[in-house]
Design a binder for this molecule. Structure first.
Ligand SMILES: NC(=O)c1ccc[n+]([C@@H]2O[C@H](COP(=O)([O-])OP(=O)(O)OC[C@H]3O[C@@H](n4cnc5c(N)ncnc54)[C@H](OP(=O)(O)O)[C@@H]3O)[C@@H](O)[C@H]2O)c1
Length: 252
């Protein structure tokens, strides 16, 4: 089957591409580096020619609420329009668990993306994922100053990006099924504690502290567990510790 993956070089997109290619599918990788821009629409119609299924794993260049909302909504409208013109059967969107009450930042943008996709003519399946194990790497990148990382209070059920990619590939290939799924890791974790375990494996930063970031309009929802999976969620490994062992083995 000819399947397009939007965000094909990204953290999760590249893993979706690998899974689908290993299954023998013909994959069209959509990225700006490959000359296709799903926000401006440049090259999109040509890239989607004869594509049967589109998987959207794109990411936005900003977390500012108005800009990220505009980005994800516009992408959804462009991909819907050109998928319909190409005669695609369905679109599979990667989204995030628990975003319904969020009104700011990346999560609000993802909610706008879901809504815009649902309004289009091509049927959409949405896979809402928990934060990735790899989110702890992003936390260290974003919040480390000197020898200390300051991670917001955040209840989550981290899942491996590769596990999410396998599920996205399955939804892309399955002819029929439900429209909305959740996927999370095997157990709830505190983000700061998990990030501290990663820092210990890496050897830096020396300290990881948990903070309540009251400047972030989402801080209460994140701290209260709004991003945790519901009872019907698919729960799948590897655990965070297994992931750490795979990616950051202890040096003996
Ligand atoms: N990180 C998490 O914990 C988590 C959890 C659940 C869901 N998600 C969702 O997963 C999605 C993917 O995140 P990620 O971290 O895997 O992404 P990422 O690593 O930042 O990669 C983004 C991809 O999108 C492409 N891209 C960006 N702008 C584009 C444009 N205008 N046109 C075409 N391609 C474009 C990039 O390639 P070019 O730069 O070459 O264009 C790249 O391939 C996001 O929507 C996020 O909300 C993330």
């Amino acid at each position: 089957m000819r399947i397009a993956v939007v965000g094909a070089s990204g953290r999760v997109g590249r893993e979706v591409v690998d899974v689908l290619k290993n299954q023998g599918h013909e994959v069209v990788g959509i990225t700006r580096s490959a000359g296709v821009d799903v926000y401006t629409g440049q090259g999109l119609a040509q890239a989607l020619a004869e594509v049967r299924v589109v998987v959207d794993a794109v990411n936005a260049p900003t977390t500012e609420t108005a800009a990220v909302t505009d980005f994800f909504r516009t992408v959804a409208q462009n991909v819907q329009r050109e998928s319909a013109a190409a005669g695609a059967q369905r679109i599979v969107l990667l989204s995030i668990i628990g975003i319904d009450s969020f009104t700011a930042g990346h999560y609000a943008g993802k909610l706008a993306q879901e809504e815009a996709y649902r309004q289009g003519p091509v049927p959409v399946r949405i896979l809402r994922a928990a934060q990735f194990h790899e989110f702890t790497e992003m936390m260290l990148d974003w919040t480390t100053h000197g020898d200390t990382a300051s991670v917001p209070e955040y209840r989550t059920q981290l899942v491996a990006a590769s596990t999410v990619a396998e599920q996205l590939a399955e939804l892309a290939v399955e002819e029929s099924g439900a429209e909305l799924f959740e996927i999370a890791g095997p157990q709830e974790l505190n983000l700061a504690a998990a990030t501290a375990r990663l820092a210990a494996r890496r050897g830096s930063p020396a300290r990881v502290q948990e903070i309540l970031d009251t400047d972030d309009p989402n801080h209460e929802l994140q701290a209260d567990g709004a991003l945790l999976p519901g009872p019907a969620a698919i729960l799948a490994g590897p655990t965070f510790d297994e992931w750490l062992d795979q990616h950051y083995p202890i040096q003996r």
